[in-house]
Design a protein around this ligand. Structure first.
Ligand code: FAD
Ligand code: EPU
Length: 346
């Protein structure tokens, strides 16, 4: 005889501690995996039960819109090895379950340049290529040589070059057509040993790094400046649950931008080759959303692109607030805001 639904639910695992929005969703089974064999076994177990499954890192770009009627597999694959090194560069292969910021710190300690602008981004190394994480003028694709991923149909691990991944702004093939098919198991980075490779084209970063140091800028100065800027603007999910930017910055053509600028001369935007990237934070802020709240879900006071969930509300409340903001921005500026984190519903 089937158990009553509510009794059955109490046996389900809590996902609250495994997503940085602290959404109190549940899943049927939660399985941390520390090796490739364990990952394959977890996938086989879910398949054998005929249930869907989802591989999660640290849940910092994931919104559980409801309970997940399947297995959640936590990627905890660990390890780092230098696979190639010469005077100018080093190639490092890192297991997908390593914490991203810890890895960046290790690179800075070793004086390996390339990832310092991406300091303090929450999450795992394996999730970094999924949406091609970026900050302060650098995207992770700039340092990725290749990655390895488990194919969920064949259960074979295949290698993909940077080109194979189709990286773009907050995008890759793994976020789109391969999202249900491949699990990243390791990433290989090329890092530089020379200070000439510091990237300081983000004005706020250059400014902050120069304020923190007396002499010539070093890798450590840039790392500290990024940490300082981010700590100032972005809420720490441990204190105020959030998933970072909730929307992508919209990319529009020059003609659309000129029309918008004529109505909103103070609009904030950045030219990128032939297109324009609008600051979505400005659109939301200028529309008066900062500090607004619905059902306990808020627009953050120092970064309007961040939706916070201080009262640990469910994913529906977050999604419906996001939709309200999207509709208002569309009405005011004719611009569609695309949601950045992945919404999970089963
Ligand atoms: P998860 O949320 O666990 O997973 C994200 C998605 O990737 C899910 O769909 C999951 O199924 C899939 N996935 C996870 N691991 C794998 C894998 N090994 N193989 C295949 N699919 C996988 N992002 C930026 O780009 N720039 C920022 O500056 C930035 N700042 C942030 C600041 C804060 C405070 C927060 C909370 C988030 C921020 N983010 C930022 C978003 C987030 O940190 C990144 O997207 C990060 O890479 C997510 O890592 P994760 O392990 O938590 O991913
Ligand atoms: N702005 C406002 N109001 C605000 C915040 C910002 O008007 O409340 C305006 C300011 O003029 C500012 C501009 O927007 O100059 C851009 O703001 P910011 O430099 O903070 O960057 P962002 O475009 O809002 C992006 C990324 C962040 C990344 C930072 C730093 C996206 C969607 N977001 O934010 O990534 O850390 O740049 O490079 O591209 C994330 O993806 O989760 C994330 C946090």
């Amino acid at each position: 005889m089937p158990k009553p639904a509510n009794t059955e639910k109490t046996a389900w695992a809590e996902l609250g501690p495994h997503n940085t929005l602290a959404v109190p969703a549940k899943c049927r089974q939660l399985t941390p995996v520390g090796s490739l064999d364990e990952l394959i076994t977890a996938v086989k177990n879910a398949k054998a039960e005929g249930l869907p499954f989802l591989v999660l890192g640290e849940g910092s770009n994931t919104v559980f819109v409801g309970d997940y009627n399947g297995h959640v597999i936590l990627n905890r694959l660990q390890g780092l090895e230098v696979v190639k090194e010469n005077e100018a560069t080093v190639h490092v292969r890192v297991a997908a379950g390593e914490n991203w910021h810890d890895f960046v710190k290790r690179c800075v300690e070793k004086a390996w340049h390339g990832l310092e602008n991406l300091a303090l981004i929450p999450g795992t190394v394996g999730a970094a290529p999924i949406q091609n994480i970026g900050a302060y003028g650098v995207e992770v694709k700039d340092a990725i040589i290749s990655l390895e991923a488990l194919d969920l149909n064949t259960l074979q691990v295949d290698r993909f070059t940077n080109k194979d991944c189709h990286f773009a702004y907050r995008e890759s093939r793994f976020k789109q057509d391969w999202s249900e098919v491949k699990v990243v198991t390791s990433v290989t980075f090329e890092l530089k040993k020379t200070a000439s490779s510091l990237v300081l084209n983000y004005p706020a970063l250059q400014d902050r790094a120069e304020r923190l140091t007396q002499g010539e800028l070093t890798l450590k100065d840039v790392f500290s400046a990024v940490v300082s800027l981010r700590t100032e603007k972005l809420p720490d999910p441990a204190d105020i649950p959030n998933a970072g930017s909730f929307f992508k910055n919209p990319i529009i053509d020059q003609e659309t931008f000129s029309a918008l600028k004529s109505v909103h001369p103070e609009i904030v935007a950045f030219k990128q080759d032939t297109v324009i990237k609008l600051a979505a934070a400005w659109l939301i802020d200028n529309a008066g959303w900062k500090t607004k709240r619905r059902d306990g879900v808020c627009v953050h006071q120092t970064q309007a692109l961040v939706i916070t969930n201080p009262n640990k509300q469910n994913g529906c409340a977050i999604e419906s607030f996001a939709k309200e903001i999207q509709a208002d921005i569309k009405d005011r500026y004719g611009i569609h805001l695309e949601i950045e984190p992945r919404l999970i519903r089963v």
